[in-house]
Design a protein around this ligand. Structure first.
Ligand code: 2BA
Length: 108
């Protein structure tokens, strides 16, 4: 079994949740905040059998779009070389995904 951890943009979270439910995958949605932009995003925890990991990744790819977002100057403040005194556009998404092995899954 694997745990797929997917950080997605809030705008895509409804479509991804619907797609997962439609295919019978179980998931937990967590409200999260990106460390760089410090704006809200959504983190999905999806426990699946190994054989289904690729199908879940395909659903994430289908439902999560790449967009650009304005990073405020404060986001760059820790990096002297890239400091810009004006908002800078950065690409965000489709999704940031980690696939982790699960030692044990217990549903009590
Ligand atoms: P944020 O940390 O708010 O980052 C939003 C976007 O800002 C990133 O999009 C990236 O394009 C850009 N960015 C991040 N750090 C940067 C930096 N030091 N300089 C310039 N641009 C930077 P994504 O890569 O698609 O990431 C979207 C969200 O996924 C992130 O939101 C964060 O919540 C999560 N994430 C990304 N990489 C991660 C990682 N290695 N570990 C944990 N979470 C991660």
């Amino acid at each position: 079994m694997k745990l797929v951890v997917a950080v997605v943009q809030d705008k895509d979270s409804h479509a991804l949740a619907q797609a997962l439910i439609a295919k019978g995958y179980r998931a937990t949605k967590l409200a999260s905040t990106g460390g760089f932009l410090r704006s809200g995003n959504t983190t999905f925890l999806i426990g699946v059998d190994d054989a289904h990991v690729d199908a879940v990744l395909a659903l994430i790819e289908e439902t999560c779009r790449r967009r650009t977002q304005l990073a405020p100057p404060s986001a760059m403040s820790g990096e002297t070389e890239s400091f810009a005194p004006y908002p800078v556009e950065v690409p965000v998404g489709g999704a940031t995904v980690f696939v982790l092995p699960v030692d044990r899954f217990v549903h009590l």
